[in-house]
Ligand binder design. Structure first.
Ligand SMILES: Nc1ncnc2c1ncn2[C@@H]1O[C@H](COP(=O)(O)OP(=O)(O)OP(=O)(O)O)[C@@H](O)[C@H]1O
Length: 340
């Protein structure tokens, strides 16, 4: 098995909120333990408000009030640099950013300054970590852009002069020009049309393989996970409820919530009604006792209402947090059309 690049242990990150003078904690990341290996694409899935963004904000060391780390650790073992983001100093964060860890975000316009030419943005982000200046720096950036099939003259353009797909390729270029060991991609293709989406996903995969980086890929779109990731982790109400090799998660899920997510994928030629999941995700300021999924779970029994199921091994490299994991069956027959 390949070596771990990131080890997360018992991580809790809460938002400290004040409602009308009453203090409350929103438990967005609540006791997550997992690791990410070198040279893998690890997908994180889950519905809106489940805590995906909060979790990766911690991984990206972008922890700002009202969020705070309450417990646990998230330790990177970069080449020549060990960092625990839970206790990292601003100097350590500065040292790892771009060079060891970078971020591809949803909506390229939030990264690209509309008033600066692309070339200037590359200088702002990458010149220092690369330790290059002037012609040497420009040459390095142009070489990298070529790899991303972008012409050198994008460096002279302003963001609004490029198409959405080109802009997103530019942001991938920015995130990868320093050859980081770890890349966090948060819904990087959500705003793009299907054809451009496919192209951008292909590009991320290509560049990941080229550089041997680890990628954490966050999206609620399970078909993207099916085609992109090596392993998938499912987050529900601030907890990691299942994790395993992507194929196994799709063909033999061991948590009822995963089974639901997989079943809700549209399939070619299948016009059958998708099974709807009853109820709403829980309020993370007052999550339900026991398994947080129990109010919506078709398999729930008394134990699920009172005892928190631990995340335990259920098959090779596959963990699930469900008291009834042995009884989980795929809700629809797995079809080849889902997997590439
Ligand atoms: N800045 C914030 N202040 C207070 N609560 C927040 C803040 N950001 C997120 N939350 C709360 O934390 C919980 C998890 O939100 P988060 O954005 O991490 O979920 P998500 O899975 O990324 O959702 P989405 O897919 O919609 O982005 C939610 O209950 C949300 O309301």
């Amino acid at each position: 098995m390949t070596e771990d690049l990131l080890k997360v242990e018992g991580l809790k990150a809460y938002y400290q909120m004040n409602y009308f003078g009453v203090s409350r904690e929103v438990r967005a990341v609540d006791d997550i333990t997992m690791s990410i290996r070198r040279n893998e694409i690890y997908g994180i899935a889950g519905e809106s408000s489940s805590g995906k963004t909060s979790f990766i904000k911690v991984l990206a060391a972008a922890i700002r009030p009202p969020m705070r780390i309450v417990d646990g650790s998230a330790k990177y073992a970069f080449k020549g640099l060990d960092v625990d983001v839970a206790t990292a100093t601003p100097e350590q964060i500065e040292a790892m950013r771009w060079k060891h860890l970078s971020y591809i975000m949803q909506g390229s316009m939030s990264v690209l300054n509309p008033l600066r030419r692309i070339g200037r943005t590359f200088e702002d982000f990458a010149a220092r970590p690369l330790g290059l200046r002037g012609a040497a720096f420009k040459q390095r950036v142009i070489g990298h852009l070529e790899r991303l099939k972008l012409p050198a003259d994008v460096l002279n353009a302003y963001p609004h002069e490029l198409s959405g797909g080109m802009r997103q390729r530019v942001t991938i270029g920015l995130a990868t020009v320093c050859h980081p060991e770890f890349i966090i991609a948060d819904e990087p293709t959500t705003a793009l049309d299907v054809v451009v989406q496919k192209e951008v996903l292909g590009l991320i995969r290509e560049i990941q393989q080229d550089m041997g980086s680890s990628v954490v890929f966050v999206t609620h779109d399970m078909s993207v996970h099916a085609n992109m990731t090596d392993r998938v982790g499912i987050i529900y109400a601030g907890r990691l409820v299942e994790e395993g090799p992507t194929r196994q998660m799709f063909f033999a899920p061991k948590h009822p919530y995963t089974a639901h997510l997989v079943a809700s994928l549209p399939r070619i030629g299948d016009t059958a009604q998708r099974p709807a999941l009853e109820g709403r995700p829980p309020n993370l300021a007052e999550p339900p006792a026991g398994c947080r999924f129990h109010p919506r779970c078709p398999l729930a029994v008394d134990k699920c209402r009172s005892e928190v199921p631990p995340l335990v091994s259920v098959a090779n490299d596959h963990r699930s947090a469900c008291w009834r994991s042995d009884d989980v069956a795929p809700l629809v027959a797995p079809q080849q059309t889902v997997m590439a």
